[in-house]
Ligand binder design. Structure first.
Ligand SMILES: Cc1cc2nc3c(=O)[nH]c(=O)nc-3n(C[C@H](O)[C@H](O)[C@H](O)COP(=O)(O)OP(=O)(O)OC[C@H]3O[C@@H](n4cnc5c(N)ncnc54)[C@H](O)[C@@H]3O)c2cc1C
Length: 272
């Protein structure tokens, strides 16, 4: 028998979270494969406030309880995010799996989280004590380690609503592939008046958290395409030096080579 509380509103959920030691449960696609007989769950999948997608001046706000299928059907969700979530598992998982659960699982393989990293997304966390807005890369403290207090819930993902139009995304190998560990890559590019104004690159599934190196990205900012091309070899080498991959079924050297090829292709796609 499963122990738990079912919250009908966000307020109820936060009250239960503050008063009891509970495991938040949304789609259950990660939790159902764990064996936690002693856990008490807080069921969040009936809370309307968590299932909304909305738009404001700065952000596309995706509720933590929004499923991947719901996001795929919504015209406000940017193509880069749709590309990533459309490759998550199979329809049954996409129908139940949510953005909040993908974050809460704390895995560097989480496909929507990779896009949140490269997009400079923020997370809205709530507890009875109030609200916190946290940059996604600061939310991940390590493998399965999150900056989430025992009484907090992830409530929304805030994706910037501009700057994601020009992108490159690849997921190599499948979660169910038998022979190959997967690598995922997302890059976002923008230029104005011939100068690079944004060039972000993130790597999923290769380390304890998604990898992104903003100090390396900044070397290309403000450069023309010609200047960027001249820097390319040095830039790729700086990434190769910096990237330390965790061991997997497939060698770290091989996966690193895949990462470097993807980064190279991203740069080439945007004329670098
Ligand atoms: C067969 C299979 C294939 C899969 N393939 C992929 C894949 O290709 N790509 C991928 O990224 N994932 C994949 N997953 C993993 C999973 O489907 C996703 O991580 C999904 O987003 C989890 O969402 P959920 O709502 O089901 O989470 P749940 O199982 O409900 O919860 C997951 C974790 O998040 C926490 N949590 C949930 N909601 C909140 C909240 N609002 N606030 C705080 N914590 C919360 C839970 O406590 C738990 O620790 C797969 C899973 C299975 C079983």
């Amino acid at each position: 028998m499963v122990n738990g509380y079912t919250a009908a509103s966000l307020r109820d959920a936060l009250d239960v979270r503050a008063a009891h030691k509970v495991v938040p449960y949304t789609g259950g696609t990660d939790l159902m494969v764990e064996n936690r007989p002693d856990a008490t769950y807080l069921f969040l999948n009936k809370i309307p406030e968590l299932k909304q997608i909305s738009l404001d001046e700065d952000f596309i706000r995706i509720g933590a309880g929004v499923t991947f299928t719901q996001a795929l059907a919504d015209s406000r969700v940017p193509p880069i995010m749709k590309d990533a979530v459309s490759l998550i598992a199979a329809p049954a998982i996409r129908n139940a799996g949510t953005f909040g659960g993908n974050l809460g699982n704390g895995s560097a393989k989480a496909d929507s989280v990779l896009i949140e990293y490269v997009a400079d997304a923020k997370l809205r966390l709530l507890s009875v004590r109030g609200e916190r807005i946290v940059d996604v890369d600061r939310f991940y403290l390590g493998r399965k380690k999150l900056d989430l207090a025992e009484d907090e819930l992830i409530v929304e993902v805030l994706l910037p609503n501009t700057g994601l139009e020009r992108y490159y995304y690849q997921k190599v190998g499948g979660r169910n592939a038998l022979a190959i560990s997967r690598v995922a890559f997302a890059g976002v590019f923008a230029a104005e008046d011939g100068k690079i104004t944004n060039i972000a690159a993130a790597f999923g599934a290769v380390a304890d958290t998604v990898l992104r190196f903003q100090d390396l990205e900044s070397r290309m900012l403000g450069k023309s395409l010609e200047e960027a091309k001249a820097l390319k070899d040095e830039y790729l080498k700086a990434y190769a030096d910096r990237m330390v991959l965790t061991r997997g079924r497939v060698s770290a050297e091989y996966r690193k080579k895949v990462c470097m090829n993807l980064l190279d292709e991203f740069l080439t796609q945007f004329g670098i």
